[in-house]
Ligand binder design. Sequence first.
Ligand SMILES: C[S@@+](CC[C@H](N)C(=O)[O-])C[C@H]1O[C@@H](n2cnc3c(N)ncnc32)[C@H](O)[C@@H]1O
Length: 310
Amino acid sequence: MDLSEKFRLFRDYWSPKIVGELNDSYVKLVKLKGEFVWHHHRDEDELFLVTKGRWFLLSNVPLLGALVYRYVDRRLPGARTSAVARTRLIDDEWRQAQRDGIRQIVILGSGFDCRAYRLSGEHSPVVFEVDRPITVASKRERLRGVLRTIPQNVRFVEVDFNRQSLGEALTGARFDSSVPALFLWEGVTSYLTPEAVDSVLRYVGSTSPGSRLVFTYVHSGALDSSMDFEGAQRTIHDVARLGEPWRFGLSPDQVPDFLRKRGLEPDRDVGAREFRALYFGRDAERMKGYDFYHVVTAHVPGGAQRPHPE
Ligand SMILES: C[S@@+](CC[C@H](N)C(=O)[O-])C[C@H]1O[C@@H](n2cnc3c(N)ncnc32)[C@H](O)[C@@H]1O
């Protein structure tokens, strides 16, 4: 659907038009001018996409910002603090890889990840941003709006992990599997079929010795309700209602074997409680929830020794 064409069909402000329906949700277009009073509907979730103009969020104002944080923390316990700490952990892995001379970074299911634009620095690695075509298109458009031109070191690769071969798509994008790369796979495995997770990990495990992988997973005990994690059932319910259910998880005790069978050597597996403690220190003791969320680092054996995690 060409949104700009649809927007040209009406002029009035504050009058939403339904232009489509997807997974029990409406796609509505609206032109806004002036102040929008933020509110929510008890039985509905809403996602806003600004295609033109600016939306100034009052949550950036210090006192209101604190209220927004409190609301988010109550609704999704631990999600925000877990995301902040794991972003930092993965940023550190990226920086370490660059210091160690890795010159190719593959962001799997990159979504709106901005590391390629935040962290590339002086010796820019080639960054492959891999996602489904619809997400890639939307990101390119947003990036053009913000950066004007997309940096030359970034290559977009369109792949549906559930249906296509990652190896073929990366080869087509001139990925060099004969030299080590860093693969990031943050916030994605839970949405995939077990076959897709298997296929991606086998491909990563077949790349050059010394390649590194950072990925996240959801504890399978939260998905099958065999373990009681604070806030887990609500989060699982919410993502399912948004039409993107979590369906894949792992148990920490199966991770080492699971990786070795796919050509990868595990380095560490840290749950939200631990990675929050790494970056928030003692404040992390007050941060509850999202303990079912894990970050794993691993590598393809046979290359240069990985530095020991700090
Ligand atoms: C929760 S977002 C995470 C985005 C990003 N990695 C981050 O942490 O900010 C999940 C991403 O996985 C992508 N994704 C989900 N299923 C996929 C599939 N079958 N093939 C490729 N990408 C997929 C989505 O398009 C989305 O960008």
